[in-house]
Design a protein around this ligand. Structure first.
Ligand code: CP
Length: 323
């Protein structure tokens, strides 16, 4: 069923019905084909998207900006640190004022306990759709690209086993939002989701409760295991990445806890525990040879480049449908 989502925000996929998400996937597939055919699709001609970043990005910035240009519009890049936000512009002011200048507001703010509230405050004040480019709790466009990729590579996602696993990293305390959004979206689509993580790396309780309810409604499952190998066993999709422990208060404390789990890494030997046709996924950037060996991320099971490409298509679909 195709549904109309004009004017809607996308802050978490939980705010959209399954039918609305299916509409987004159908639009993404359509736009991807149009691009492959070289068929112009200027659905947002003369429209401008504000992209406001409080945190660094490669893929998200590039794919929103390229996507908006391909749709015939323009994406305006802003960083909080080089605007008057650093001198006091409030979320309400940003939502109300930038909503009068542009046709959509996309925001990345991953500050723990701040980001999601900030985006929701902006959305309350904005007259145009607000899109979450990643907050402390959710990374909806990453999860949408992930599920689109799973559907392309493995067909109907219902009853596929998805291993969403913690993996060790040392670069920085990565947001928990990728794992949370993926668990939430995969359970909407009937997948058998296996969350593998050490005890210190639990997801937020209310996210787990929502994901369990999603699984009950869709006919999927949600299980938690505390061993890396138990997560991998027979999985159709291996998605292992690092995130920070909820209880930590500093990078030092996080590094200390994460240092207990340096063996939580996908290498060829471990990947062999998954289904022989399993795909390996990571949202990138990866800590190579900590989260995953070069051999695996560059190997035949890896779909990380197709996964990154699909960010473009799902985001174009969301912009075209909402703006
Ligand atoms: N996966 C992802 O969001 O990448 P960036 O942080 O580079 O945008």
């Amino acid at each position: 069923m195709i549904t109309d989502v004009r004017g809607r925000d996308l802050i978490t996929t939980q705010d959209w019905s399954v039918e609305e998400l299916e509409t987004l996937f159908a639009a993404a597939k359509h736009l991807k084909l149009q691009q492959a055919m070289g068929e112009p699709h200027p659905l947002l001609r003369d429209k401008v998207l504000t992209m406001l970043f409080f945190f660094s990005s490669t893929r998200t910035r590039a794919s929103f900006e390229a996507g908006m240009a391909q749709l015939g519009g323009h994406a305006m890049f802003m960083e909080a640190k080089s605007t008057q936000i650093s001198h006091g512009d409030t979320a309400k002011e940003i939502g109300d004022i930038l909503g009068r200048y542009t046709s959509g507001l996309a925001i990345r703010n991953v500050d723990w306990g701040v980001g999601n509230n900030y985006i929701r405050e902006v959305a309350k004040a904005s007259r145009v759709p607000v899109l979450n480019m990643q907050c402390d709790r959710y990374h909806p466009f990453q999860a949408l690209a992930d599920v689109m990729t799973i559907m392309e590579k493995k067909g109907d996602p219902r009853h596929l086993t998805l291993d969403v696993s913690y993996a060790h990293a040392a670069s920085y305390q990565k947001p928990i939002s990728v794992a949370q959004s993926l668990v939430l979206l995969a359970t909407r689509f009937g997948m058998k989701v296996r969350l593998a993580r050490p005890p210190e790396f639990a997801l937020e309780e209310d996210i787990m409760a929502q994901a369990a309810a999603n699984a009950r409604a869709s006919g999927g499952t949600l299980d938690v295991v505390e061993s890396f190998e138990d997560g991998l066993g027979g999985a159709d999709v291996v998605y292992a990445k690092s995130w920070g422990a909820l209880t930590t208060v500093s990078e030092e404390e996080s590094a200390d806890i994460s240092g207990r789990y340096t063996n939580w890494m996908v290498d060829a030997e471990r990947l062999a525990m998954a289904d022989p046709k399993a795909i390996y996924m990571h949202p990138l950037p990866a800590d190579r040879n900590l989260e995953v060996s070069d051999e695996v991320i560059d190997g035949s099971h890896s779909v990380v480049y197709d996964q990154a490409e699909n960010r473009l298509h799902v985001q174009k679909a969301a912009m075209a449908l909402t703006m």
